[in-house]
Design a protein around this ligand. Sequence first.
Ligand code: MG
Length: 384
Amino acid sequence: MARCAVLVVAAGRGRRFGGDLPKQYRDLGGRPVLRHSLGLFRADPRISLVRAVIHPDDQGLYDLAAAGLDLGPPVPGGAERQDSVRLGLESLAGPAAPDLVLIHDGARPFVDADLIGRVIAALKDHPGAVPALPVADTLKRGADGLVAGTVERAGLWRAQTPQGFRFAEILAAHRAAAGRALTDDAAVLESAGLAVALVPGGEDNVKITTALDLERAARLFQGPGETRIGNGFDAHRFAPGTAVTLCGVAIPHECGLEGHSDADVALHAVTDALLGAIAAGDIGLHFPPSDPRWRGAPSRLFVEHARRLIEGLSGQVVNIDLTVICEAPRIGPWRAEMADGLAAMLGVSSGRVGVKATTTEGMGFTGRREGIAAQAVAMVRLPR
Ligand code: MG
C-alpha cells in the first residue's frame, strides 16, 4: 500500500476573520476548529503520518488543539500559504518520504472519509487530484457596483481540500514555484505542466473564513446526529507496592495493583466504556496483554486511543461517570485530581467527568480488600 502523509496547513493569521484568536483555533462544538480534521486524519488507517504547519506564535494553541493525538512536532510555516506548504513538504522529504501527500486547510473541519478515499483513489492514475464542486450560481463580473459582464459558468469548479499529490511531483513543483503566490496546491502542480484530476467534493466540506462561516459550521455540527452510551467494568488484584494508580494519579497505599500495564483499573473501565459506545470491541482487543509494548504502560494511552477512534468518526465525548469500588485507599482526597486528569485526556471540561467511590460494606472481593474494581459509563455524540 502506498504510504500517504497529510499536511494540515494552519499557519494563517485569519486577517479576514478579525479578533485575536486565529480562526483555526476558535471553538467549534467544544473543540478547536483545527482539532476536527487532525483527529479525523489521525484515526484514518490509510494515512501513515499527520503533520501540521503552524504559525510559530501559535505553539500553545496548537498543543491544546492536538492534545493526545500523538502527532509529533508541527512545522513552522512561512509568510504566505504557499511558503508554509513548501516548508511542510520539505519536512517530509528524505529517505522516509511518503509516496503520496494530502494537503488540507486546517479551517475545513468537515472533511469525511469518503472524500479522502476519492482523492487517494484518483492518485493511482494522476499525479494530482482535487475535490471540487461545480459552480451552481451564475457568475457576474462587477465594476464600480455595476455588472460588467456574465461569466460562462459551464466547466467551472470550486476547489476544496484535501488536495492529493504524488509526493515527489508536488515537492518538485513547489520548489520550482517558490515565490509565485499561487492560491492552491493544484495550481502549483498545474504550473509544472502536470495533470490534476477532479473528484467530487463535499457540500459540507466548507472552509471557515468569516465569523458567519463559523456560526454556520456550528449549526452544521449540531445537525442531525445521535448519542451513544457505553459501559465498562474492570477489577485488579492488590499486589506488593506503595501506591495504586487511578486515573493516572499515584495514590499512596499499603500495596499496589497487579496488572500488565500500570494496572489503572479506573482508566481501563473508562476505556471499555468509550469503546463500547462506538461498538469497537474492548481494551484487550486493542491492547493485547500478551504484547510486551504495554508492560508497565501508562493507561492514559488506552484512553487516548479510544478518544482517537471516536474522533475518527467525527464523534465527541459528552460525559463520563466513573465509580471506583474499594474499601481502601480513600478516594475522596484525590477525586478532583483524578477528574481533572481524565478530563484532560479526553479534551473535555472537568464538569463532564464524574468520579465517585463506594465500598461494598465488607462484602465480596473488594470487601475482603483483595483488590479494586471500577465501573464507568461514557456518553458519546456522533454528530453526522
Ligand atoms: Mg484492566
